[in-house]
Design a protein around this ligand. Structure first.
Ligand code: URA
Length: 209
């Protein structure tokens, strides 16, 4: 059974097209990343547990539901993942935030962590890792590994765009992982950029180029 889901809702596809466009500036880019993340979060949280809660309406008692959003952890991968964090927290304001910073070792070509801080993760904690671009999949696979080493069990990856190569790597290393994306693009180029993609997400979020 495949654990990867493409959320190709018209609203997302519309916003994604503006996001990809090279003429879209940083303010609009950040807003779109936030909005797309909110729409993706709506779909990617379908599986989380609900508990019943008795309340009183102005007319009578009624049984309702609540999620335990204090048992949700969101982990943006630095730095582009930060662009998605606000949208996620807007919907789940009591989630705890962990961080993973990774760089690529030029000799081994493998991702190495330079920063890592996680809140407590329990057996039933739902963890959502954020990175707008799932390119080679190596950083994402490393982030999932670090989350697992720190006790995380129920992990979902949210990437706005993905390359088929990245999905394959993640599925091979972490078959238990759920992956949500809004588009699986054609391929990676020789510099590991997603084609057609949207360029460097970090640079476009923070106007660093
Ligand atoms: N990271 C990006 O920001 N863009 C890509 O296309 C690939 C990785």
């Amino acid at each position: 059974m495949s654990n990867h889901f493409v959320i190709d809702h018209p609203l997302i596809l519309h916003k994604l097209t503006i996001l990809r466009d090279k003429s879209t500036g940083p303010k609009e880019f950040r807003e779109l990343v936030k909005e797309i993340t909110m729409l993706m979060t709506y779909e990617a949280t379908r599986h989380i547990a609900l508990r019943e809660k008795m309340i009183e309406t102005p007319l009578e008692k009624c049984n309702g539901y609540e999620i335990n959003d204090k048992n949700i952890v969101v982990v943006p991968i630095l730095r582009a993942g930060l662009g998605m964090m606000e949208g996620f927290l807007q919907l789940l304001p009591n989630a705890s935030v962990g961080y993973v910073g990774l760089y690529r070792d030029e000799r081994t070509k493998k991702p190495v962590e330079y920063y890592m801080k996680f809140p407590k993760m329990f057996e039933d904690t739902e963890i959502f890792i954020l990175d707008p671009m799932l390119a080679t999949g190596k950083s994402a696979a490393k982030a999932v590994e670090l989350v697992k080493e720190n006790g995380g069990k129920h992990i979902t990856m949210l990437s706005i765009l993905a390359a088929p190569e990245g999905i394959e790597i993640l599925e091979n290393f972490h078959p238990d992982l759920k992956i949500y994306t809004s588009s699986v693009d054609r391929m990676l180029n020789e510099e590991a950029y997603i084609l057609p993609g949207l360029g460097d997400a970090g640079d476009r979020l923070y106007r660093t180029k």
